[in-house]
Design a protein around this ligand. Structure first.
Ligand code: PMM
Length: 279
């Protein structure tokens, strides 16, 4: 398939992390069978896209080797594609992206925006698959050292524009690019909120936006205990806030939201669509 899938409203991308250590759902879908079942369940719940990843990007995480990432991702992509899902592959490695596309993936979700693997942009250009270009400043181990901005919205916009120019000059069709502010990637809560509140500025770049706030730490901080401990709300207690962001992101014109729990976000984007239609 060439070109970007269109859904007539903000799409809901369900997440399947085939990892032992993701902050949000680490270990739950680590074996292939559990991951495939989870993907099929998300599909049954109405997910428009299923994002399959085999490497945790939580701050501080070590990298997995490429053979292990392939082992985790490819069988899950294949089975979900056979089941009729529109699958995206969440990887920064061209070997994994190309094996996943051969197995039926229809979108490459590269959280490094082509920075981590110099061969990624050329592969995307040759294969013609659409690509998510996310704002990124370094691998998980050290990324929070780069969470320094004077004007986060302007800097993320500028760096995304630069990334987009780079992948386009490598031959990628601009129409095949989705942009993503990269919430939590070299960003703290004080950076994530202005980015969400200024999606209009990122829309000025002329490409659809993917918003991936689901269960992230800044929501845990927003919803922290008020009993004096200040304990962060644990990841699975952040799903209602995630759905609220899905509604707001959809109302702000996002192309898709990437979430761990599909049903509430699907309702949320439908509410936003009805609300917008009535304007
Ligand atoms: N965040 C995570 C993983 N993949 N992909 C995109 N495009 N944007 C993101 O913000 C993003 C991503 C980390 O979250 P997870 O470990 O819960 O999947």
């Amino acid at each position: 398939m060439r070109g970007l899938p269109e859904f007539g409203r903000c799409a809901v991308m369900g997440v399947v992390n085939v990892t032992p250590d993701s902050f949000s759902d680490g270990g739950r879908w680590f074996d292939s069978k559990a991951a495939i079942e989870r993907g099929i369940a998300l599909l049954g719940q109405g997910a428009d896209l299923i994002d399959v990843g085999g490497e945790s990007t939580r701050p501080g995480a070590d990298r997995v080797d490429v053979d292990e990432e392939l082992r985790r991702v490819v069988p899950v992509v294949r089975e979900l594609a056979v089941a009729g899902a529109v699958v995206s592959v969440d990887t920064t490695r061209v070997e994994v992206a190309s094996a996943a596309v051969a197995a039926g993936a229809r979108l490459v979700n590269d959280v490094s925006g082509g920075l981590a693997d110099p061969a990624m942009a050329a592969f995307v250009a040759d294969s013609g698959v659409p690509v998510v270009v996310m704002h990124w400043r370094g691998h998980a181990r050290s990324m929070q050292d780069h969470a320094v901005y004077t004007d986060v919205v302007a800097e993320v916009r500028g760096e995304l524009a630069e990334r987009m120019d780079k992948v386009v000059s490598a031959g990628v069709d601009p129409e095949a690019i989705v942009l993503d502010p990269g919430l939590g990637f070299a960003k703290t809560a004080e950076h994530n909120w202005p980015l969400l509140a200024h999606l209009d500025v990122l829309h000025e770049l002329g490409r659809p936006l993917l918003v991936a706030a689901s269960r992230k730490t800044f929501l845990g901080r927003l919803l922290a205990a008020e009993d004096g401990t200040g304990a962060l709300r644990p990841p699975r207690g952040r799903d209602d806030a995630t759905a609220a962001i899905s509604a707001l992101a959809a109302a702000a014109g996002a192309w898709a939201v990437r979430v761990h729990e599909v049903p509430a976000s699907l309702d949320a984007v439908k509410v936003a669509a009805a609300w917008q239609e009535a304007r």
